[in-house]
Design a protein around this ligand. Sequence first.
Ligand SMILES: NC(=O)c1ccc[n+]([C@@H]2O[C@H](COP(=O)([O-])OP(=O)(O)OC[C@H]3O[C@@H](n4cnc5c(N)ncnc54)[C@H](OP(=O)(O)O)[C@@H]3O)[C@@H](O)[C@H]2O)c1
Length: 351
Amino acid sequence: MTFRVAIIGASGYTGGEALRLLAMHPRVEVTAATSREYAGKPVATVHMNLRSVLGSIKFSELNLEKIVSEADVVFLSVPSGVSHTVVRRLVEAGLKVLDLSPDFRLKNPRLYEEWYGFRHGEPELLAESVYGLPEIHRDEIRNARVVACPGCNSTAAILSLAPAVREGLIELEHIAVDVKVGSSEAGRQPSHGTHHPERANVIRPYEAEGHRHVAEVEQELSLLCGRELKIAMVPHAVGNVRGALATSHVWLAGSIDETAVWRAYAKHYGKEPFIRVVRSGPVKYPDPKYVVGSNYCDVGFAVEPSRGRAALFAAIDNLIKGAAGQAVQCMNIMLGLDEREGLNFLPISPV
Ligand SMILES: NC(=O)c1ccc[n+]([C@@H]2O[C@H](COP(=O)([O-])OP(=O)(O)OC[C@H]3O[C@@H](n4cnc5c(N)ncnc54)[C@H](OP(=O)(O)O)[C@@H]3O)[C@@H](O)[C@H]2O)c1
């Protein structure tokens, strides 16, 4: 059986990456790709890497009734504040929804006013949506109608910390996450801060107070440890186009050594198809350079028992494991397919 997939917001970076991955997926046919600006033009007009692929697909206006009749699955690759206005029609028609935007990530609807500045229009759908991180919510994703794919910084932050939080290896009061992320995280539309001459060669903290991803990272880590947890998180814009690295600074809860940390990461990630625990070789710690172009997340750690501290790392490609690849992984789970279908490729190197 072939599943029909529509992408809303297909002219952007995550939409383009979803098009690329789905074009290679053996069980999927892309039936619609929306863009208000490029409606009527071939997708390769914007995504030149897709020349000669998806040749028959042109961008179309967003027409929900048409999508309902043409698709079994919908990817929403749109800015915040859009998805919550369209998802009800899609799920009521029986479509499976993968929302790459933040609209269905936070379980408490009031948090949308605080963090995103809009009133959430679908609190009931929000309550049933599932946070799309398979390493934590695989079983719930299987039966979900709406999966909220995590942000890229959040994916790296949560995956760096999850085993340590779950196993009680660290003090939960003092977690500081530093994320470095490439320019494609900001989307296709340039702003003063993201326009190439301003952004190239930078190592620049941004939104150091109140970055929006803090809310979802706290939500998910709190679920893992069973109590309300607060973190400090500062993202940094770096000159790479792709890639995100989370370095989580933590204090050890008692006499924890490297073996205990290794055991916890092996226990939680040993069977995960897209997580590699890294701790040897000339590059001992995770680096986005060695995951870019793939759905892998490399995790690792540095443990200093004499100082009672550790640094926990996770490296991803922000557009793949941090966005479109994660959405494909969740889609596979929702459709009962092998989770690796369409994602079974290695990082490119050198990049
Ligand atoms: N970039 C990343 O690394 C990353 C990672 C994880 C999650 N995300 C999230 O994924 C979403 C998309 O990010 P992106 O980087 O792909 O952004 P982007 O490059 O700016 O693309 C946004 C897309 O949404 C469409 N769009 C904008 N406003 C719309 C509206 N009101 N109704 C319908 N379509 C609309 C745009 O096309 P038209 O204007 O032509 O319609 C475009 O196709 C965001 O919510 C972002 O936070 C991004």
